[in-house]
Design a protein around this ligand. Structure first.
Ligand code: HEC
Length: 140
């Protein structure tokens, strides 16, 4: 009797810890305090600052080829703003809430780290800071 009671308590406890987590959307599990800070610079632009980073690290898979990965092209400002098949990857003015920033900072689900592990060098904190400043300043 007693052991069955404890078994139920244990089952309930296990369920209460596992089940709710399964429903928390990925974005809410991201600890944005771990993001590198935005670069302390004004007038960050796609053409001068961001395109060269994307060209070196992302165009291989998100360039102008026939079938860009996830339907996402990063080879122009407009395409970057448009996003992927799933929707927007940056929130203009809010870099800490932008999926693209989470992916290059390697926060959240490893499946979404960019470039994918083993497929290219991770971006540096400086590069991520520049992308953040660009988004925060209106993605011009
Ligand atoms: C070797 C190929 C490759 C490289 C290089 C690469 N990606 Fe990706 N990217 C993918 C694949 C495959 C997916 C689809 C899987 C996924 O969503 O994680 C993807 C998906 C994404 C997504 C999510 C799109 C969505 O809404 O699902 C973003 C944002 C992204 N990449 C940004 C970048 C950035 C920024 C770079 C450069 C720093 C980069 N990627 C470099 C292959 C690549």
């Amino acid at each position: 009797m007693k052991s069955r009671f404890f078994q139920r308590v244990r089952v309930a406890w296990v369920l209460s810890t596992i089940v709710p987590c399964g429903f928390v959307p990925a974005a809410e599990r991201i600890d944005t305090s771990k993001l590198p800070p935005p670069a302390n610079r004004s007038n960050v632009t796609y053409e001068a600052d961001i395109r060269p980073i994307f060209e070196k690290h992302c165009f291989k898979c998100h360039g102008s080829e026939e079938k860009p990965k996830a339907g996402l092209r990063l080879d122009s400002r407009e395409a970057t703003l448009k996003g992927s098949r799933e929707g927007k990857v940056i929130e203009v003015g809010q870099s800490a809430r932008s999926a693209l920033v989470h992916s290059v900072a390697r926060l959240g689900d490893e499946d979404h780290w960019m470039p994918p592990p083993g497929k290219g060098e991770p971006l540096t904190a400086e590069q991520i800071g520049l992308i953040r400043a660009w988004i925060d300043q209106g993605a011009r």
